[in-house]
Ligand binder design. Structure first.
Ligand code: SF4
Length: 327
């Protein structure tokens, strides 16, 4: 099958089978660019099904770039609460401000200009270029990567490096419908070439798929090592409330309320009380209860019974839940 035939088959399949997603609505091109920007930020590290209600709520409250650029930070974080990776929403707002100031309120269509914006790397720049501006990019997300690896049966370590996958994706060819094609490939991975039990009998490119021929759908990944980190977490309690402080020290969850904590070098015989995975960190945490409360400038006392009333990162909520269950 040549590249053009592959592209046509996938587009034909997409035209019939694509899902109705809120950011795929028929809207003005300006709105489409904004919807693509917001949805692509949300979809970094989060699944489509999870993103849908968040996207709807976000757009209802913040319908355009201008509103986003001046939107209250606390309310913004509240709209994002539960999606995690809060640096995304802070960068999204900064991007809106830069677009208004430096790009005359127009999201740039140029890949390098997009990449210069806060929170936009190679992947998001190519996704926005393709989806919002119909530029000939194929963003290599998890779905497209899966289709590619299976179609070409790429299993060996040197075959599945990012560099090689970017080379191999040329097999998909290009079309004048770049926006649809990027989404079609993602959709094919999400709906048909699923991580487990791919629906090969409904796949438009099954004829030449090597994984199907070999009946081997197992995917190999380059193993990323999580960094082990060790922390001493200090719990101060007064009137049944926990003390939280604004995090200005650690690079994760910057400016969010966390328990006072200290990173330590792994002591001998370290018995962790809880373990939390955050980005690429495997956090081993030892809890230390303290009676005397040191005065802290940015302190905030939270009542564990009203946890839902606070804007807190999931990380802090997990710790509160742990403490409440281990009294
Ligand atoms: S034939 Fe099956 S394994 Fe191959 S690309 Fe299609 S869905 Fe994936």
């Amino acid at each position: 099958m040549n590249n053009q035939i592959i592209a046509n088959k996938i587009l034909n399949w997409y035209d019939i089978n694509k899902r109705t997603l809120p950011w795929r609505k028929q809207v003005s091109s300006k709105k489409k660019q904004y919807y693509t920007l917001v949805s692509e930020f949300m979809l970094q590290q989060t699944q489509v099904a999870t993103v849908i209600p968040y996207f709807k709520k976000f757009i209802k409250n913040i319908p355009d770039l201008e509103t986003l650029a001046t939107f209250d930070d606390q309310k913004l974080v509240k709209l994002w609460e539960g999606l995690g990776y809060y640096s995304r929403v802070r960068n999204l707002k900064k991007t809106a401000q830069v677009v208004i100031k430096d790009f005359n309120k127009n999201i740039p269509s140029n890949f390098l200009e997009l990449k210069s914006l806060p929170g936009i790397g190679d992947y998001t720049a190519s996704a926005i270029s393709a989806i919002a501006f119909n530029k000939p990019y194929i963003p290599l997300d998890g779905n497209i990567e899966r289709v590619l690896k299976r179609y070409l049966y790429l299993k060996k370590e040197h075959q599945i490096t990012k560099e090689n996958l970017h080379e191999e994706k040329k097999i998909f060819g290009l079309t004048t419908r770049s926006s649809d094609y990027a989404q079609a490939l993602m959709e094919l991975g999400a709906l048909i070439c699923k991580p487990i039990n791919p629906n090969c009998d409904q796949c438009p490119i099954s004829v030449k798929c090597i994984s199907l021929k070999k009946k081997d759908f197992v995917l190999n990944k380059i193993k990323k090592k999580n960094k082990d980190k060790y922390y001493l977490l200090k719990v101060f309690k007064k009137n049944q409330k926990y003390l939280l402080i604004k995090n200005t020290e650690f690079n994760f969850l910057k400016n969010f309320d966390i328990f006072p904590m200290q990173e330590i070098i792994k002591p001998k015989n370290f018995n962790k009380d809880l373990n939390i995975k955050l980005s690429n960190m495997n956090m081993n945490i030892k809890v230390e209860y303290n009676n005397e409360v040191k005065p802290v400038t940015t302190q905030n006392w939270i009542d564990p019974k009203n946890l839902h009333n606070y804007t807190l990162p999931t990380f802090t909520k997990k710790i509160v839940n742990y403490l409440e269950n281990h009294k």
